[in-house]
Design a protein around this ligand. Sequence first.
Ligand code: ADP
Ligand code: MG
Length: 377
Amino acid sequence: MILPGATLGMLGGGQLGRMFVHAATSMGYRVIVLDPNTASPAGEIAHLHLQANYDDAHSLKALAQECDVITTEFENVPAEVFEHLEENCLVSPSARALALAQDRIKEKRFAQSLSIPPTPFQAVNSEQDIEKAFSEINAPMILKTTRLGYDGKGQAVVKTMQNGMEQWNALGNVECVLEKRITLKSEISVVLARSTAKELSFFPVAENVHRDGILFTSTVPAKVNEKIQSLAKTYAQKIAEELDYYGVLAVEFFIDADDNLFFNEMAPRTHNSGHYTMDACYTSQFEQQVRAICGLPLGNPVAHSAVTMVNVLGDLWDAKGQQPDWPCILNDNIKLHLYGKHEARLGRKMGHFNFLAKQDEDTLMHAMNSFKMLSKE
Ligand code: ADP
Ligand code: MG
């Protein structure tokens, strides 16, 4: 067990790292953040911000020496960095879990190996692969780069084979995956924690709405049949146990019109669709991450309120960089979280708010009304 007073290492300095620092420091831990960026939402509130590249040998050595355990908030830290750290320090999640989650083809094949169905897909390394996809999978499809995609970036909808070839060229002919575009009834995610003492704990399943490939809202309780929710949890648990996973793990799923459940992707870290836990659950996903990697007993994940989380993107700032009119929504039921980012850009995650209500209330409707006030929609 790594007790309060110890030093925790965080690779990545974005908002997920920042909220981890809040949780860890409030439990009495010290946190060192490694983040190459000068402006670092997590770095600016940590005990130390090591500003260096993720593969900077000197900083990694310092981190391994100073920290009792090292974790990440950014899944694209090179997996080799984790492999190297693993030799010198306790690291969670493992380099293996990180490497899988960085690669859409590997993670889909891994899911299949556990009898968890991904969306029908074809790996694309040549034009022949695109032809094969069109002979086996019904269009429309989505072409995605295998690596480094996030928030819908590196993706294109593809309707014809010709179109597929063009889009693959436009993506620079890097390794891609072509997958069936599911007609979505809904999207859900499972965020779980598994501690170094092998204790497992699920947060309530969140129902997610995306806009332009970026998460827009997450709602709990999900309006999705209980059987499907419990199947999604079973799948996520299988993944965590097969990987002997330590830390917080998020798994995203699609549900089609016939109530079929498909694995979409996994993230070896806290997740945007788990931000609702900060205010609606007895324990937040960030506190749970601290407890899990330190081997402490996990906290109670139960939601005491119904909640909808709404992401606040840079789109809400005006052309002069003026922030939205927060006071107009800050009534009793809203908790606002901003990440301290200095520059608002279109599509950039600047913060989120959680709309809380009694268990049977329609928080999505209330939260949307608040969002409309902010965005003057
Ligand atoms: P990212 O890594 O950017 O989150 P995702 O693969 O999760 O990439 O895609 C982002 C969103 O785009 C999904 O949450 C979903 O709304 C939509 N999407 C992606 N793939 C599909 C698909 N095969 N069928 C239907 N919608 C999809
Ligand atoms: Mg996703």
